[in-house]
Structures are given as C-alpha cells and as structure tokens.
Design a protein around this ligand. Structure first.
Ligand code: FES
Ligand code: FES
Length: 182
C-alpha cells in the first residue's frame, strides 16, 4: 500500500511522517517516535491502556489509524508534565498510591487529566464515568478514584515536591521536525 504524509503535533512538537496509512497512532508513537509510555493491552479498544488525547478528547490510539491524526494536536503521557512539574493527577496518583503494576497507569492518567480538565469539580461518580474506559486488574480502582478526587477537591499535594524527573517529550526533543522516510 502506498505511503502517505501525515503531519500533526505530538506533545507540542511538530511531527512530519511518511508512513503506511493502515498503521495505528499507537504503533507510530511507540515504534517510530520512541514514546513507549502509552501501552498496548488489548489492541481492540477495550482496555484503555493506549489512551492518548487528540484535540482535547481521549482516544484509544490502538484503534486510530495514523491518517486520522492529520493536523491534530496529540498528547501522550510523556506530555502531561510541564516545565519540569508533574501534572496534578500524576502527583495525586503518587500521593494516594493509585497504582500497582503500573501497566494501566499511562492510560488512566490521560483519562484522569481529560476528566479534570473537562470538569474541574468532578465528583466521585463523574470521575468513575470519566475513567470507565480504562481497565485495571490490580488496584480495585478506589485509590485511583481517590487520587483524582483529591485533584477536583483542590487538596494540596502530599509529597514534598512535585518536580518531574528529567524526561523527554519526544524522541528528538531538540529537533522541531521528525521525518521518517524509506
Ligand atoms: S490497547 Fe487500546 S484499548 Fe486496549
Ligand atoms: S496498576 Fe496494574 S493494571 Fe492497573
């Protein structure tokens, strides 16, 4: 199948790809762009481990074909922290021990961040609805919900610092354009 050009923004960085149109956003981000925070659990849209935010809305990136992100703004878990500071939901997950094995957490964080942005005062029921597309086999969900509730209730961070570890937001962070060709 003929390759196609796809341009979008990934965590604030412009991306310019030349790739097969049948590939998914998840494949491209993980395999080509080297951002492996987003996980592939089911690959069929059922678990939410691959959740990214595209133009402000959460998507299952395992189901999104790469041409669908043409000229969009894509955010992955690597892009949640800003200016060296964790996103409030990241900090709250730490404070409230909202994780165990961690596999679901990148997707959970993206759905949590989207929920909090859409409804900054979300109550428990609204948070559970916001996270309904994300499955977790470990935590029983309560600590995750408690963490997000702490954010919507404006509870202060419990850990002394919310400084994010030095991390990249793209494979070629210093390069404004990422181009892949044959
Ligand atoms: S890997 Fe995409 S929903 Fe499970
Ligand atoms: S922490 Fe293990 S799947 Fe959620």
């Amino acid at each position: 199948m003929a390759k196609t050009v796809v341009q979008f923004t990934l965590n604030g960085n412009p991306v310019d790809l030349y790739t097969e149109p049948y590939r998914t956003l998840l494949e491209v981000v993980r395999d080509d762009l080297g951002l492996t925070g987003s996980k592939e659990g089911c690959g069929t849209g059922d678990c939410g481990a691959c959740t990214m935010i595209v133009n402000g809305k959460t998507v299952n990136s395992c189901l999104m074909l790469i041409p669908e992100v043409q000229q969009t703004d894509v955010v992955t878990v690597e892009g949640l922290a800003t200016n060296g500071h964790l996103h409030p939901v990241q900090q709250a997950f730490i404070d409230h021990s909202g994780l165990q094995c961690g596999f679901c957490i990148p997707g959970m964080l993206m759905s949590a961040a989207a929920t909090v942005k859409e409804n900054p005062q979300a109550n428990e029921e609204e948070i559970r609805i916001g996270l309904a597309g994300n499955l977790c086999r470990c935590t029983g969900y309560d600590k995750i919900v408690k963490a997000v509730l702490a954010v919507t209730r404006g509870e202060p961070a419990q850990v002394a610092t919310n400084t994010a570890p030095a991390s990249r937001t793209s494979k070629e962070e210093l390069s404004p354009v990422i181009m892949f060709q044959e």
